[in-house]
Design a protein. Structure first.
Length: 667
């Protein structure tokens, strides 16, 4: 029975793909009829993802009991010496990712039933969700770099479709294009790295590639600088996909998509693909210390960058987006110090509490839209909120749990995973630890800022912000059916919040420092069920110092947030009053977008215009000139080719005479 479980593991990505195919084909061939059956489509997609979740949980349990990794492959293509196998690998890392992806995807789909209930594209949305789930599940079971690249691009395509789902909005279209282009930059580097590693080693499968790189470096056949460069090229893929600086600029704009997408793709799964690839490549990177240094400092800088920009955000989703960028920086930093277990631990805990936070923000936006209408600028502006705890108790309670988790407050999940990263980073490089420690304090401040502006105090309505409305406008909205007050979301939206709150509290307990089942699960071949708490050799003094420092800086950040935002909000930011230059710098997101616009976008637009002019005037001009010459000569020759022998004889005579004259001239 257990072997059948592994032999049919290919069904896990195929089942969501089947759901997407059925719904998508119905929309293409019988669009109106299929759209009317939206609940049937949702039920089909949810059922298939639920089966995939059950299968994934069974595989995870089997791996936890010590089952050896399962490999299955078949020959996909052969061309001379090139031999490409495709297939799947079910090991501890992939089984963990399968469970994370399927659980979050299933809960997001359930949430979407309420959030997208009145959207015209309801069925199309579920088809996209199912296709994305299939792509991500295919990625995590890929046994080699080429197959990962195939699903990597499919995930990117689904991201483009979902970010631009509301394509009638200009901002959504532009955000989808921005995400697509920025990710293509990183993916080009990834492709070059894959080709480079294959050219130098002849391998694309992870374990054999690591062995081959180690052998070549030992013999000197492969210079260390060349291998380091190839490792950095591969790292460019995760830089873009996991929104690391300087390719992080697409993620905040991607919030233009529906909020369930922010929870699924931009908090829990797609952005985690980059961290997952780093974990898969870790046996290779262990031979490349220079590459690991680049990875570690990129993660540290990104964590700090995202946290600073999140300090001044007024859009609730963009605040969470920059928080995601910062937390991804923590994961990448852990990978850079060769601690994949710590990075994956934070990936798992973050997936649950950040998905809950994004879905909570969607619940808030849903309630605000009932008051202010479907205007994202007003419905997502935290200055227009406040006091929502009274109207939305379930959303407020679950959002508070997620906030405490990401702030690293014990015993919530985020404390154990973030503390583990800070611990391993301190052992590797105290400078990296200092950046992470400062970022932890800023995280606590901006997350409680978000919570207090949204749920604390009294409901401000539209008293602040550029979209402030007059009393007459509010009366008009009430007359036309909008609610006078916010209200709690339907059960299809609150139930996923409650379910996600459970792992946000408890999932971190599998990685307790004195009984780290998670680390044993990823790194030890034995059954995790036999691992016990190592009380005798555990250094409580070191733990209390490290954990106390991270919790302490978090409590300082929370205290400052209560001091600044705990009272009545006046709409004035203290940082803007006291340090206006710094505030402007942060509001403008360190001017990254302006730099890209000035030094990349504008020159490329000029180049494109020049290319268009060259194509129009020179290329098309030559083609058109050739056609014109052909037309004119044809018009002239039709009078010569008239079928009269006398005319042909005259032409021959003139030609011969011309040849004689020319030959006489040159002789």
């Amino acid at each position: 029975m257990e072997e059948l479980l592994y032999q049919y593991a290919w069904l896990i990505p195929v089942l969501p793909l089947l759901g997407a195919t059925v719904v998508g084909t119905g929309l293409i061939t019988f669009g109106e009829w299929t759209s009317r059956l939206k609940r049937v489509n949702a039920a089909l997609v949810l059922t298939l993802m639920g089966i995939a979740l059950g299968h994934s949980l069974a595989l995870l349990w089997s791996q936890a009991q010590g089952h050896p990794p399962y490999y299955w492959s078949f020959t996909w293509a052969v061309a001379g010496p090139f031999h490409l196998d495709m297939g799947m690998v079910i090991d501890r890392l992939s089984s963990l990712m399968l469970v994370i992806v399927t659980t979050v995807a299933l809960l997001v789909m359930l949430y979407s039933d309420g959030y997208m209930a009145h959207d015209k594209g309801y069925s199309r949305f579920f088809a996209y969700l199912s296709l994305f789930g299939a792509s991500m599940l295919g990625l995590v079971i890929s046994p080699n770099l080429v197959q990962i690249y195939v699903f990597w691009e499919l995930v990117g395509m689904c991201s483009y479709l979902l970010i631009g789902f509301w394509y009638d909005r200009i901002a959504a279209r532009e955000a989808a294009q921005k995400a697509f282009i920025v990710n293509r930059v990183g993916d080009f580097g990834l492709l070059l790295g894959i080709l480079g590693f294959y050219w130098t080693t002849g391998e694309i499968e992870f374990e054999r590639l690591a062995e081959r790189v180690g052998d070549l470096l030992t013999t000197g056949a492969l210079p260390l600088w060349a291998a380091t460069g190839l490792g950095i090229l591969v790292f460019l893929g995760p830089v873009a996909k996991s929104a690391q600086a300087p390719l992080h600029v697409w993620l905040p704009d991607a919030m233009e998509g529906p909020t369930p997408i922010s929870a699924l793709i931009h908090a829990a799964t797609m952005v985690a693909a980059g961290v997952f690839l780093l974990a898969r490549m870790m046996p290779v990177y262990e031979h490349l210390p220079g590459t690991l240094q680049v990875v570690a400092w990129t993660g540290a800088f990104t964590a700090f960058l995202g946290a600073t920009i999140a300090l001044v955000q007024t859009d609730i989703k963009k605040g969470l987006a920059y928080s995601t960028i910062s937390q991804l920086g923590y994961m990448v930093m852990a990978m850079g110090v060769a601690a994949p277990a710590a990075g994956m631990f934070h990936l798992m805990t973050h997936a649950y509490f950040k998905a809950m936070l994004f879905l909570g923000s969607g619940s808030v936006i849903h309630a605000m839209e009932a008051v202010v209408g479907h205007d994202p600028d007003k419905a997502q502006d935290m200055r227009n909120m406040g006091g929502l705890r009274k109207y939305m108790p379930i959303t407020a309670a679950t959002f508070l749990i997620g906030t405490l988790a990401i702030c690293g407050i014990p015993p919530f999940a985020g404390f154990w995973s973030k503390d583990e990263i800070l611990h391993v980073v301190f052992a590797a490089n105290p400078g990296l630890w200092l950046v992470g420690w400062l970022t932890a304090g800023m995280t606590a401040f901006y997350m409680f800022r978000i919570y207090l502006l949204t749920f604390g105090g009294e409901f401000r309505g539209l008293a602040f912000g550029p979209g402030a409305m007059q009393v007459e406008e509010l009366a008009h909205m009430e007359t036309h059916g909008h609610a006078a007050e916010p209200h709690e979301s339907p059960w299809t939206m609150t139930l996923p919040l409650v379910l996600l709150a459970i792992p946000s509290v408890a999932v971190g307990w599998v990685g307790l420092p004195f009984a780290n089942y998670f680390e044993h699960f990823l790194e030890e071949p034995a059954s995790v069920l036999t691992v016990g708490a190592d009380w005798a050799h555990f250094d409580w003094g070191e733990f209390l110092v490290m954990a106390g420092s991270s919790v302490g800086v978090g409590l300082i950040g929370i205290t400052l947030a209560f001091v600044v935002y705990g009272g009545k909000y006046t709409g004035v930011e203290p940082l803007a009053e006291r340090l206006p230059k710094l505030y402007e710098f942060l509001v403008n997101k360190w001017y990254w977008d302006d730099l890209y616009e000035q030094y990349f976008a504008l020159p490329l637009r000029r180049l494109a215009r020049q290319a268009l002019e060259t194509d129009y005037r020179i290329i098309d001009g030559l083609v058109n000139l050739t056609g014109l010459v052909t037309l004119v000569t044809g018009e002239v020759l039709k009078y010569v080719n008239n079928g009269r022998v006398q005319t042909y004889a005259l032409v021959i005579l003139l030609a011969v005479l011309g040849l004689v004259l020319v030959s006489g001239w040159f002789s």
